[in-house]
Design a binder for this molecule. Structure first.
Ligand SMILES: *Cc1c(COP(=O)(O)O)cnc(C)c1O
Length: 414
């Protein structure tokens, strides 16, 4: 009896040198120390899958299974990987005089962030390839997704967070059963602990881009977006960029979709959004270089994009430049104001990273780099509920008569 295979994977390829590596064996980085990319037999894929047949599949990202690397169905780990809604932000659209603003709300995914896409794939593949222990550095969301998928897969997980990672994230990770550690340094310092512990701990390093499959999971954002827009791409995508997995993944998705003839040659302009307190990609973009320098003293309220150095910097910058996009930084004050504005005017609770894309949109509509007739997609990468929120709240004392005049006059909007 033949084993049911789901994938068209042929091999892996070094993103810098193009050197090929066998699929179906465990890999970290290439020999050149660069990320590995999964390659597929797209010709065979095109002949076997019809794009319109997809609509009858369940509304989850595993509907794109032929574009994903998992070979055997029993290794697919599911926690409810829903297709996330593409919400029209009509009030903001009108206020900002923008053609069309769509918010891809990734906060609906398991563990409340789009890190679930990458980790669903990384952990499913780890299971397929016999991994027993996984480890990663994280600013919070990736660690939670790793812990959850590892729990479901029966794989042990070790997670290292900067000590100022929001408590809610750290508690979530620990509660999901990961061995959880706070480190008095930034994410790159946590990454060093994971890398140097590989031999003695016997764990698989699941850091951003240090294994080939998180990109494949994040790639589903591009597949899903194109399908939701009727196999079209938007004019502009604003993406809050830390390690850049999602931006690189979507760029790969569009190339694969064109190769199978499901979309044309149009590409969205890819805009990498960072925070002023941690903007290595923006600096490299402005300097015209292909690699970014380590950002000193990284700080921002948007913890998910506080990444001082990115292994895939050249892949991010290549996609930004090839697409005629750009990289831009916004201030923490603008991020917080945008988060509040979106909550009040759209009823959508953005995470600070997602709010950074709205702040960038406002800034670039004003500068003219984004035109008022364009269709723009903002990525909200996590639910705002995972972050501290502030609001003015008054108390009522039941020992006093209730003063409805005062109730009417009280508001957080003052
Ligand atoms: C990880 C993360 C990002 C950055 O994503 P990358 O694809 O690694 O650049 C942005 N926002 C949130 C909420 C995140 O958790």
């Amino acid at each position: 009896m033949s084993i049911e295979t789901l994938t068209f994977t042929t091999h892996l390829e070094c993103s810098e040198t193009g050197k090929t590596y066998a699929a179906d064996t465990l890999h970290g980085l290439s020999d050149a120390g660069k990320p590995l990319l999964v390659r597929y037999d797209l010709d065979a894929l095109r002949k076997s899958v019809d794009r319109d047949a997809l609509s009858s599949r369940p509304p989850e990202f595993w509907r794109y299974r032929e574009f994903l690397p998992v070979r055997q169905r029993e290794n697919v780990i599911r926690l409810g990987e829903v297709m996330t809604p593409l919400l029209p932000a009509r009030n903001l659209q009108q206020k900002l005089s923008c053609g069309e603003i769509l918010i891809k709300d990734e906060g609906r995914l398991p563990t409340g962030s789009f890190k679930a896409r990458g980790l669903a794939l990384a952990v499913s593949m780890a299971r397929e390839l016999g991994v027993r222990r996984m480890a990663m550095p994280t600013n919070g969301n990736a660690g939670a997704a790793l812990a959850a998928y590892c729990a479901a897969a029966g794989i042990e997980s070790f997670v290292f967070c900067p000590e100022d990672t929001p408590r809610v994230n750290v508690d979530e990770i620990a509660f999901l059963g990961a061995h959880t550690f706070l480190v008095n340094g930034l994410i790159n310092a946590c990454g060093r602990i994971v890398g140097e512990g590989r031999e003695v701990m016997g764990w698989f390093d699941t850091s951003t881009l240090k294994e080939p499959y998180r990109i494949e999971g994040k790639k589903t954002m591009g597949l899903e977006l194109a399908e939701q827009l009727g196999w079209e791409v938007p004019d502009v995508i604003l993406y809050p960029t830390g390690g850049g997995t999602g931006l690189i993944g979507m760029w790969k998705a569009f190339a694969e979709l064109e190769a199978v003839g499901w979309i044309g040659s149009k590409r969205p302009r890819m805009v990498a959004v960072q925070a002023e307190g941690c903007a290595p990609i923006v600096k490299a973009y402005q300097d015209g270089s292909r690699h970014a320098e380590l950002w000193q003293d990284a700080h921002t309220v948007a913890a998910g994009i506080r990444v001082p150095v990115a292994l895939g910097d050249f892949l991010i910058l290549d996609a930004v430049r090839e697409s005629s996009g750009f990289a831009v930084a916004v201030s923490d004050a603008a991020i917080i104001a945008a988060q509040r504005q979106c909550a009040r005017e759209e009823g959508i609770l953005l995470c600070p990273e997602g709010a950074a894309t709205l702040a960038a949109l406002q800034q670039e509509l004003a500068s003219g780099r984004i035109q008022p007739d364009e269709r723009v997609v903002l990525f909200n990468c996590a639910t705002g509920l995972k972050y501290p929120l502030t609001g003015r709240v008054a108390s009522i004392d039941l020992k006093q008569p209730v003063d409805y005049r005062w109730i009417e006059s009280f508001s957080d909007r003052q």
